[in-house]
Design a protein around this ligand. Structure first.
Ligand SMILES: Nc1ncnc2c1ncn2[C@@H]1O[C@H](COP(=O)(O)OP(=O)(O)OP(=O)(O)O)[C@@H](O)[C@H]1O
Ligand SMILES: [Mg+2]
Length: 469
């Protein structure tokens, strides 16, 4: 657990932010430091050199006492100081403030390297109080003295100290901000994430008695919302699956009960007329046929619902599909005494798909129309082209479908009137399979129905006439 905390996103974020801030501050302060120290120091020294040279030049031309004293007086109004000495190191003129400096220091500066040294005597602002430069006073090419110029180094030190303070303060502020960020991200990001991890673990164990908080519009809220949705879907899926098992076992139980009953009669009846025997065997045959169809339909549906399932892709004529289906089921419709009116599109219409399966859809719909129409009923079959679609309508004037069941008839094993359907042998899979097939063809199937008046099933299939296969 401890290791997990150290690896936590909030600590990583906080450390990263601190590192970025820190590197930024170090860079800015270092640039400021280098720029200021170098620039200011060099500028001060250059100015000192210029001034001392200017004085030395004037004094070289007019080396008299009045002028020497004057030089000392001029510099008394600036932060800089001047010192004029002769070859023996005797002070000839000096700014008033120079007397505040210790004689030892002055002596050291004055005696510090005469000829052969550059104009800068002191530039070490860290250890010395003044920048010092010197220029020589010459008379007939002979050095007679020198002008020393002083400028205090404390300003540089003050600025450097100020920069150091800023550096420490900003460093401290960054540290506090980073700690705050760690705290905030831990509460706002890591805690919800930990909760999500706990909840998804529960979800994987099949426990759905929870809900994640989806307040806000950030990624965590979106993720929580998706997980809630996923949980709901899984729950629905599990419910559907359980319901499907219940339904399937129920569907299987009924014919099997009949089956067992008939077999028992056949076994137990010692004396049975040939006629009765045939009657029971016919019933057995009917039930086994029903069972076989149910299993076949379930298998077909599960195959089509499989993600990788693809329809056969051939160019097929709707007219052919309709004629073949009508050839197969038409006679039994007419046999029931139902009038069958067929009106096929005069223009040939082609779609891309699986001829056998489309034929199966038409047969399913016609079988329903027959099943749910009275003996003297009427069924209209119509195909026509509309825009870039082929429309197939199957209209009956039978019992119709109550409004409350209209949406549910497409569900697996759903039947409006369970007992009546059982008599007619339906298992409630025909429409589910038909809808799946039409959708796999990129089409739609809809129903319009009124109880007691009849139903209209409408198939819309996209025409791909221009596409030659
Ligand atoms: N033309 C129709 N008129 C009235 N009700 C219909 C019609 N077509 C379908 N239904 C209702 O919709 C239900 C589902 O139809 P579906 O074709 O899926 O199942 P089935 O006909 O009962 O069984 P199966 O087709 O699997 O043999 C039917 O049980 C019936 O109640
Ligand atoms: Mg059916």
């Amino acid at each position: 657990m401890k290791k997990r905390k150290i690896n936590s996103i909030s600590v990583k974020l906080g450390t990263l932010l601190f590192a970025i801030f820190f590197i930024l501050i170090i860079s800015i302060v270092s640039i400021l430091y280098l720029f200021f120290v170098n620039f200011y120091t060099q500028d001060t020294i250059d100015e000192l050199i210029q001034r001392s040279q200017a004085y030395a030049e004037v004094l070289s031309n007019h080396y008299d006492e009045a002028l020497i004293n004057h030089a000392g007086l001029i510099e008394s109004t600036t932060s800089k100081m001047i010192l004029v000495v002769n070859n023996n190191g005797d002070i000839l003129a000096a700014s008033e403030r120079i007397t505040q400096l210790s004689p030892d220091y002055l002596n050291e500066v004055i005696t510090h390297g005469y000829e052969g040294h550059g104009p800068t005597i002191a530039s070490d602002w860290k250890n010395e109080d003044f920048f010092v430069t010197e220029s020589y006073i010459k008379q007939n090419d002979e050095t007679v003295g020198k002008v020393l110029m002083f400028s205090p180094t404390d300003l540089v030190r003050q600025v450097v100290a100020f920069l150091q303070k800023i550096f420490i303060i900003i460093g401290f502020i960054t540290l506090v901000i980073s700690a705050l960020l760690i705290y905030v991200t831990s509460n706002k990001v890591v805690q919800p994430l930990l909760k999500i991890i706990r909840v998804t673990k529960l979800l994987s164990e099949g426990n759905h008695n929870w809900k994640l908080n989806t307040k806000g519009s950030d990624e965590i809220a979106i993720l929580s919302h998706s997980i809630n949705q996923m949980s709901k879907n899984i729950q629905n899926y599990e419910q559907q699956r359980t319901q499907l098992f219940v339904d399937i076992s129920h569907e299987l139980r009924t014919p099997l009960t009949y089956f067992k009953g008939y077999v028992e009669v056949l076994l137990n009846e010692e004396v049975m007329s040939e006629e009765d025997k045939i009657k029971y065997l016919t019933l057995l045959n009917k039930q086994s046929g029903r069972l076989q169809r149910l299993v076949q339909d379930l298998f077909e549906l599960s195959t089509m619902e499989h993600k990788g399932f693809t329809m056969q892709q051939t160019r097929i004529s709707i007219e052919t599909v309709m004629i073949n289906a009508l050839d197969l089921i038409g006679p039994s419709i007419e046999q029931k005494g139902i009038q069958l009116n067929v009106q096929l599109s005069p223009i040939p219409v082609y779609v891309i798909g699986d001829e056998y399966r489309l034929q199966q859809v038409i047969i399913n719909l016609l079988e329903n129309a027959k099943k749910y129409s009275p003996a003297s009923g009427k069924i209209n079959v119509l195909t026509y082209k509309k825009d870039s679609n082929c429309i197939i309508e199957i209209v009956d004037y039978g019992i119709g479908i109550p409004e409350k069941d209209l949406q549910r008839i497409w569900e697996r094993l759903y039947r409006v009137d369970k007992s009546r359907s059982r008599e007619t042998g339906g298992s409630g899979l025909g429409l589910t399979i038909s809808k799946k097939i039409i959708e796999l063809h990129g089409g739609q199937i809809t129903v319009n129905s009124e109880e007691g008046k009849g139903s209209t099933f409408k198939i819309i299939l996209p025409i791909l006439g221009g596409k030659k296969l």
